[in-house]
Every structure is written in C-alpha cells, then in structure tokens.
Design a protein around this ligand. Structure first.
Ligand code: 8DG
Length: 130
C-alpha cells in the first residue's frame, strides 16, 4: 500500500489548491500538495518536507482528517489529509503547473483527483459549509 499525505493549507480563511502537471501521474487534476511517506517518517514530517520540496513554503500540521483508501490500476493508495497552517515563505511551483488560494465554498468546483473528493467533503462538513 502506498501511503500519501496531503496538506489542506489554510491562510486568512482560504485554502491552497494545486494543479498536477501534464507530466505527473493524474495529469492536470487538482490536489492538496503532499506526497509519499518515506520509511520511518511521521505523517507530519512528510507533509512539512513535501510541501517545502514542491512549493518552497513552510507549513505546520494542525489536525488529521480521515484517511481515504483508493485502488488505482497499479496500487492501493491511502491518502492521509492534515489541515495545516501556513508558516512562511513565497510559493515557487517546483512540480505543479498552477496554484490558487480558494474560498472553501468554491472547493467543489475543481476537477479533483478522485481520492480527494471525500477529503474536500469532510473539510467542508468540519467548516459547517455543507
Ligand atoms: N500529493 C498528492 N497526491 C495525491 C493526492 N490525491 C491523490 O490521489 N494523489 C495520488 C497521486 C499519486 O498517484 C500519489 C502521490 O504521488 P506524488 O507524485 O504526489 O508523490 P511524491 O511527490 O512522493 O512522488 P515522487 O516524487 O516519488 O514522484 O497519490 C493529493 O491530494 N496529493
């Protein structure tokens, strides 16, 4: 099983969403930044590392949401979301092709990677927006 963390990064009431490039798996779909958990790494350390590697910003994990299991053609993925707060740094896109700071009420308009759909729903329930 592939464990993948993803960061719902909050700043001033908005949330950061990123678009995968045409060269990544799941091309052009929107996701929360993150990536694969390395051997012996905590979920929180993985998030902090991946977000810095992909976007050049620092985040602090605040709250773990419910993991989502998803079977792709080749792997079983466990997507593990954490709400994070932005700590600092300027966004430089190192892997994605686009990012947006989005009002939570607009999150459902994006073309999400499939496993992210229940993550968005849980986040909106938590924010009492559904
Ligand atoms: N990062 C991330 N990956 C997601 C999300 N939703 C989702 O289905 N995925 C899938 C896409 C990929 O198959 C897998 C994670 O791969 P990745 O390419 O982002 O991870 P990584 O940075 O560690 O990968 P790499 O450097 O080894 O290529 O999880 C999401 O919200 N964030």
């Amino acid at each position: 099983m592939l464990k993948v963390t993803c960061a719902i990064i909050e700043l001033h009431g908005k949330v950061l969403v990123t678009q995968r490039s045409e060269f990544m798996r799941e091309p052009l779909l929107w996701e929360f930044p993150g990536g694969k958990l390395e051997q012996g790494e905590t979920e929180e350390a993985c998030l902090v590392r991946e977000v810095y590697e992909e976007l050049n910003i620092h985040v602090r994990p605040l709250k773990r949401l419910t993991p989502v299991m998803h079977q792709t053609k080749n792997h079983l993925i466990e997507l593990i979301p954490h709400i994070c707060t932005y700590v600092g740094g300027v966004i430089h896109l190192l892997e994605h092709i686009a990012f947006e700071w989005v009002d939570p009420s607009a999150l459902q308009k994006y073309n999400w990677c499939l496993p992210d759909v229940p993550v968005v729903e849980e986040y909106l329930r938590l924010k009492k927006m559904t």
